[in-house]
Design a protein around this ligand. Structure first.
Ligand code: SF4
Length: 594
């Protein structure tokens, strides 16, 4: 067992006084901004009080940690005129759980102060768009008062912790959900939470996260050894927080609904016959974001770190985060995710450094797991005796118009809890057997007759919002996905191919909809042009590869038809992703160029 020791690189981060790092080099602007923010408060607090429609660059970067992005409606841009500023808000909802009152409050806020829609994200949270700066305090304050939070939904910090959305009471599901909640509490920032409550609910500390005894005991160890940042007020993060965003997901063996290998930390729980947590398989170093034409940036899947016993899981998670806090690349933001640390230094170094300085527990070899599956939980399921949930497919996660109103009526009438899936679908939970028939009828009135049978291509397709709200979007994504699916569906029917394809789409290479895991992905790369990625697996275990750099969208069917025909001719049950993998790069490229 190794002894923790304080790493030299972080004492300067914790000191919080100078503008130079340990080597006497000026801190990059993004790092200095965090340090100057008084634990993520300024200049946001000051600028909230002015009448301007938008925040300064310094304030909007800090705003991200509060779960909000400043955007403008790009459809409404006019030359010579000011942008029409609006805020996007994202919730923190571990495991995608949204209590009844919170959903109803969000629904009302979206109608009154947003653009009238809600959007389920690929990280199991709701997003609101179109909130004017002047209404931000009312919106976030209302969310907090309804026991929601947007803290750390964006920014260089641990993001929303994912877990299987299904509320099953069986197997490891309750343990996975509990662990996700504990990790969310464990990794929540100490002082920034105070800033958050100061800004949005006038410092009402009664809304502080109330972690359980177990989590509080581990949080105390954030003041010890190398896990301690050196900053008494923000012991785990220090005043410069993390180099970049950090993502954690928890699941049960065989259930890959959370896209486990795309996370910075992926945990697979093992439980005893009573559902008690025994330990976890741990994977580290996944991440999707990349930049076009920068070969040093790439998507990466997480690799195995080892198995950890139940009583050491939380310590291990905060140790890994502390290691990335200290060793992640703060000089170059596009190289700052933990995946690059794993890539550059290797898993052996990572494990040794972790055990040398940060984690005093044991790491054992991985336990074997069944083959993972992308579970979606659509349709009706019993989650315990007398209680049901129904999974409803939402294309691109968007709730709007009469459907949103009808759904909120059902939620209110039957006081249902909502859970969001990483596939941008929605589960209505806690339905008693006597309520089933009337809820089924109410859903039919909304056009949901067979929730378990959406169109095959739409079932697992996801897209990021892209235009018109995302400032980084190069192309359309959410607004175009339905027509792309329709076109591909027609093509498959014409070719008499009766197998689904896992399709994902994003408006830029940042990868918010995890496109690089799909069997077929379109990633915006130019005006109405997309990179074509092929070869991921249907159960999200393998990275796809880019085969065409700039494919005009109207040439999609022509480009892939020879490949689809070769897939058909190969016969059998092989998926398109596996077919691409088997053919190999050269054969696939030849078919695409045929
Ligand atoms: Fe915006 Fe790019 Fe993310 Fe899409 S993938 S939401 S375009 S940053």
């Amino acid at each position: 067992m190794s002894q923790p020791s304080v790493d030299a690189t972080k004492s300067s981060q914790g000191a919080g006084s100078g503008k130079l790092d340990m080597e006497g080099i000026p801190l990059p602007k993004a790092e200095q901004r965090k340090r100057d923010s008084l634990f993520l408060k300024e200049p946001l607090l000051t600028e909230l009080g002015n009448d301007l429609p938008n925040f300064s660059e310094d304030a909007l970067q800090i705003l991200k940690f509060h779960g909000s992005y400043q955007q403008d409606d790009r459809d409404k841009r006019e030359k010579g005129k000011d942008k029409q500023w609006q805020m996007m808000l994202r919730l923190r909802s571990p495991g995608g759980r949204i209590p009844t009152a919170l959903f109803l409050a969000m629904n009302d806020l979206a109608d009154r102060l947003g653009d009238g829609t809600l959007r389920a994200t690929t990280r199991q949270a709701f997003q609101m768009h179109g909130v004017p700066k002047a209404d931000l305090k009312e919106v976030i304050g209302t969310i907090v008062r309804n026991l929601g939070s947007t803290l750390a939904a964006c920014g260089d910090i641990n993001r929303n912790v994912m877990a299987p959305a299904a509320p099953f009471d069986k197997g490891g599901y309750p343990a996975a959900r509990q662990l996700a909640d504990e990790i969310a509490d464990l990794l929540s920032p100490e002082s920034a939470e105070g800033s958050y409550l100061d800004l949005w609910v006038d410092g009402d500390l009664s809304y502080r996260i109330k972690a359980g005894r177990k989590v509080n005991a581990v949080r105390k160890r954030q003041f010890e050894g190398a896990v301690f940042s050196g900053d008494q007020q923000e012991p785990l993060y220090g005043d410069t927080y993390l180099p970049r965003k950090f993502k954690v997901a928890v699941t049960v063996p065989g259930d890959n609904s959370v896209d486990l290998l795309t996370q910075d930390i992926g945990l697979v729980v093992f439980t005893d016959s009573n559902g008690g947590l025994r330990g976890c398989n741990v994977y580290v170093g996944g991440g999707m974001g990349r930049t076009h034409n920068k070969e040093e940036t790439f998507a990466r899947i997480a690799e195995p770190l080892g198995y950890v016993a139940a009583d050491q899981v939380l310590d291990l998670v905060q140790s890994i985060l502390a290691l990335q806090r200290d060793h992640g690349d703060r000089r170059l933001r596009r190289h700052a995710r933990m995946k690059y640390l794993l890539h550059d230094r290797g898993i052996q170094w990572f494990r040794q450094e972790l055990m040398r300085a940060y984690f005093s527990g044991d790491l054992k070899p991985l336990r074997s797991e069944p083959k993972p599956k992308l579970n979606d939980y659509l349709g009706w399921h019993r989650h315990r005796a007398g209680m049901w949930f129904v999974g409803i497919p939402l294309l691109c996660g968007r709730l709007e118009g009469a459907f949103k109103q009808g759904l909120s009526k059902i939620v209110e009438t039957y006081q249902l809890e909502i859970r969001l899936t990483p596939n941008q679908d929605l589960l209505l939970c806690n339905i008693g057997t006597p309520q089933r028939a009337s809820i089924r009828t109410a859903l039919e009135e909304l056009g949901i007759n067979t929730p378990d049978m959406p169109a095959p291509l739409a079932r697992h397709a996801i897209a990021c919002p892209a235009l018109p709200t995302c400032g980084l979007a190069i192309t359309e994504s959410e607004r175009t996905l339905p027509s792309v699916l329709e076109r591909l569906d027609s093509q498959l029917q014409r070719l008499e191919i009766d197998k689904p394809v896992l399709i994902r789409m994003t408006g830029c290479p940042n990868g918010c909809a995890r496109p690089y895991m799909a069997e077929l992905a379109l990633v915006g790369s130019g005006v109405n042009q997309y990179q074509l990625w092929l070869g991921g697996s249907a159960n999200l275990q393998r990275l796809a590869k880019p085969y065409i750099q700039k494919l005009p969208l109207d040439q999609l069917e022509a480009a892939i038809e020879p490949l689809l025909l070769s897939w058909k001719e190969a016969g059998g049950r092989r998926t398109l992703g596996d077919h691409v993998q088997k053919l190999g790069d050269q054969a696939v490229s030849e078919l695409l160029n045929a």
